[in-house]
Design a binder for this molecule. Structure first.
Ligand SMILES: Cc1cc2nc3c(=O)[nH]c(=O)nc-3n(C[C@H](O)[C@H](O)[C@H](O)COP(=O)(O)OP(=O)(O)OC[C@H]3O[C@@H](n4cnc5c(N)ncnc54)[C@H](O)[C@@H]3O)c2cc1C
Length: 489
């Protein structure tokens, strides 16, 4: 195993590898793709070394928090892509969709009972760490988790970074050494794998493969599942192929104006790749690769340590520089927090002391507008710009990044206590947003409440936490078209 992979890989249990068994099992839980994946690289490497076929299990639970037609359809699109990619090849792909909460219990252990080892993804938040710990108790064979989350292996960071600048300074020193160790673009091409493996009939009977109708996301198939049907599928389709289309469109157009357009809600100036990154339908390595090709960039163009300064490190155009700072610095800051604070990354009490103190000092300030969750969810506030942002979230399962900041700041202003604001951000985003339940989600909510930021001149309600207002936003960026587009239905 290479030193680079060793940093990304950990054994989750103490059971041994069992080379005499039938296949290597890759349990795909976060990097839901068969390209640019460290975990798949590892599974292929072991399958080849052991001379065994590879089986991929991708499951979709019915009982996880916020399971809905929207989230299911997006994940199913990805499963359909993967099934199409693997059809007719040596890798056996088992896509399983739970018909009822808990029905999938036992499937992993049943498949693992015939596996030489199980490789899976290491993802630092939501219910996945708990699910992984439970799996480690259920399988009788070595279970390895591979961190394929970002350009920097999570364990390469020596501390919890509290600002983007401090992480950027660290990245400027250490990232170049990791860039050469990316995953393979197509680990299954000419992999020389044996197979396909056959799966036991009793396993297939009890946990049958997802039907073609489900993989197509047909409304009747979704309607039969015990998930939240009040959250309908979003217009955005999921899957690797759709992520590739969006990425190609972005680098060919909006990337060139990203530094100018990214804050303009009326313009499609950002990549809209966050749902694909969240579900692992694309990866940060793949996105960097596409940007690098568009810019004719190689790591030799990196400027060397700049003390965390944002401009001029990557050695690309200012727009690509601004984009990579979001994709790498800000995204990996969020992963760093989740990985290093597994018990409280999403808690109010984990906010920086200065932020909690100032928010508490202003918790009793008069709040001219207070809304309950129902009014907020239904976009029924006095503020047309906030309502428009909320409507975009409800309709499209995604909304504009600049408006997310305003949206969160207003929730702080309109909630009885900052704790309620945090709970409401999570309740609304986790339910409606394709990219919710992600390290970036918790980072975004915490940023609203002061994390990663500095103290500002004190104001009512916010204290020294940065405030934002719809009027100032409307003066800064043109929101006319946006308001028209996301007006009341
Ligand atoms: C209150 C609030 C809630 C948020 N909730 C989420 C969420 O649930 N899921 C989510 O992925 N992001 C969240 N963000 C961060 C950011 O707004 C989105 O990642 C971004 O708007 C997604 O759009 P895009 O893919 O077009 O981004 P682009 O501008 O094209 O950026 C490319 C990628 O960089 C990353 N990125 C961009 N901005 C940030 C940021 N501020 N912090 C961390 N990573 C970033 C994302 O992975 C994004 O897909 C939130 C921000 C705030 C203030």
């Amino acid at each position: 195993m290479s030193a680079a992979l060793a940093l990304r890989l950990r054994a989750v249990n103490a059971a041994p590898e069992r080379p005499e068994r039938a296949y290597v099992l890759y349990w795909m839980t976060a990097s839901r793709r068969v390209r640019w994946s460290h975990a798949l690289d590892r599974a292929v490497e072991r399958a080849r070394a052991l001379g065994r076929p590879l089986v991929i299990l991708e499951a979709l639970r019915a009982g996880y928090p916020h399971a809905s037609d929207r989230l299911h359809r997006f994940v199913l699109d990805g499963m359909a892509d993967t099934a199409a990619r693997l059809e007719g090849g040596p890798v056996r792909y088992h896509a399983y969709v739970e018909p009822a909460p808990g029905a999938g219990k036992g499937l992993l252990a049943a498949l693992a009972a015939r596996a030489c080892l199980v490789v899976t993804d290491d993802w630092p938040c939501f219910f996945l760490p708990r699910m992984l710990a439970a799996a480690a108790r259920q399988v009788d064979v070595r279970l390895e988790a591979v961190d394929g989350n970002g350009l920097l292996p999570l364990r390469a960071a020596d501390r919890t970074f509290t600002t983007a600048r401090s992480l950027r300074a660290f990245l400027q020193k250490v990232l170049p050494a990791h860039l050469a160790a990316g995953p393979r673009p197509d680990p299954l091409a000419r992999a020389g794998l044996a197979g396909p493996a056959s799966l036991p009939a009793e396993v297939l009977r009890r946990w049958p493969a997802a039907s073609a109708a489900l993989l197509r996301g047909e409304p009747t198939a979704l309607a039969a599942l015990p998930i939240d049907h009040a959250v309908p599928p979003a217009p955005m389709r999921g899957g690797w192929a759709e992520a590739e289309r969006r990425l190609a469109r972005f680098v060919a157009g909006p990337l060139g104006r990203y530094a100018v357009d990214r804050d303009a809600p009326g313009v499609e100036g950002t990549s809209r790749l966050s749902p694909y990154l969240h579900f692992g339908h694309t990866s940060a390595h793949r996105v960097l690769d596409a940007v690098a090709r568009a810019e004719g960039w190689t790591p030799a163009r990196l400027a060397g340590p700049k003390g965390g300064a944002r401009e001029g490190w990557w050695g690309v155009s200012p727009s690509a520089e601004a984009f990579l700072d979001q994709l790498v610095t800000w995204r990996e800051l969020a992963f760093n927090t989740c990985a290093r604070r597994p018990d409280d990354y999403d808690r109010y009490d984990a906010l920086p002391a200065w932020a909690r103190e100032t928010l508490e000092a202003h918790a009793g300030d008069p709040r001219p507008h207070l809304y309950d969750l129902d009014a907020l969810e239904g976009a029924r506030t006095h503020d047309p710009l906030w309502n428009a942002a909320q409507r975009q979230l409800l309709r499209e399962g995604w909304f504009h990044g600049y408006l997310r900041m305003l949206w969160g700041k207003k929730l702080l202003e309109w909630s009885p206590h900052p704790r309620d604001a945090l709970a409401r951000m999570a309740a609304l985003m986790d339910r409606w947003s394709l990219d919710g339940r992600d390290p970036n989600s918790y980072a975004g909510y915490a940023w609203v409440l002061g994390r990663y930021d500095r103290a500002w001149p004190s104001r009512p309600v916010f204290g020294k936490v940065r405030s934002m207002s719809s009027a100032r936003t409307a003066a800064k960026v043109d929101v006319t078209g946006y308001l028209a587009r996301y007006g009341p239905a």
